[in-house]
Design a protein around this ligand. Structure first.
Ligand SMILES: Cc1cc2nc3c(=O)[nH]c(=O)nc-3n(C[C@H](O)[C@H](O)[C@H](O)COP(=O)(O)O)c2cc1C
Length: 167
């Protein structure tokens, strides 16, 4: 296989940008910006996320059995960059961001326009990122989008010419 062709072809897949959060009730709270996300079923509503198997957030999602995907709006590039680093909780804020606990206990970012909460149904442990299959068990819209909902989401291409996760 030609390595450059593999990289270029895979980088043609478009992605939205989300902040994955989780809390296991034992004091472990995780938050990470992710892009490897898609819905895979209507009934039950399923989504999959590719999570780095050696990342802190993976361990928290695995032990908590729940996660949330906080959607980021077009103008929230700064929030995406905030959660590229491991998160910390200080003064009741998650890496400086206000949040509340959703019905699953996962942090819901106050600034996110929308979020879904998921219960982990299965984890497929293949590769350096594992595929976490989640059933959407709660959903929140804090800022209703004008027009198409998918036009309101921050996308990988909005992060700059050199930012990729894939290839
Ligand atoms: C553009 C971009 C996209 C990313 N997408 C993912 C992703 O889909 N899955 C993932 O596990 N990590 C992804 N990461 C890495 C996480 O953001 C990063 O490992 C995480 O925030 C570190 O925190 P943690 O150790 O608590 O997980 C991405 C990083 C960048 C720069």
């Amino acid at each position: 296989m030609n390595a450059d062709a593999k990289k270029t072809a895979l980088r043609m897949i478009p992605y939205g940008i989300y902040v994955l959060t989780s809390a296991d009730g034992q004091g472990n709270i995780a938050a990470a910006t992710v892009n490897w996300v898609t819905q895979t079923a209507f009934a039950p509503p399923l989504v999959v996320v590719g999570i780095k198997a050696d990342a802190g957030s993976y361990g928290t999602v695995k032990s908590a059995g729940v996660f949330a995907l906080n959607m980021l709006g077009k103008d929230q590039k700064d929030l995406a960059f905030t959660f590229f680093r491991p998160a910390d909780v200080q003064d009741g804020k998650l890496s400086g961001q206000s949040f509340r606990a959703g019905s699953t206990g996962c942090p819901i970012l106050a600034e996110a326009p929308a979020a879904v909460e998921c219960r982990v149904r299965q984890i497929v442990a293949e590769g350096d990122h594992h595929i976490v299959i989640g059933e959407v068990v709660d959903a929140h819209v804090m800022k209703p989008p004008f027009g198409r909902p998918d036009a309101a989401i921050l996308e990988m291409k909005d992060l700059g010419a050199t930012v990729f996760y894939g290839g």
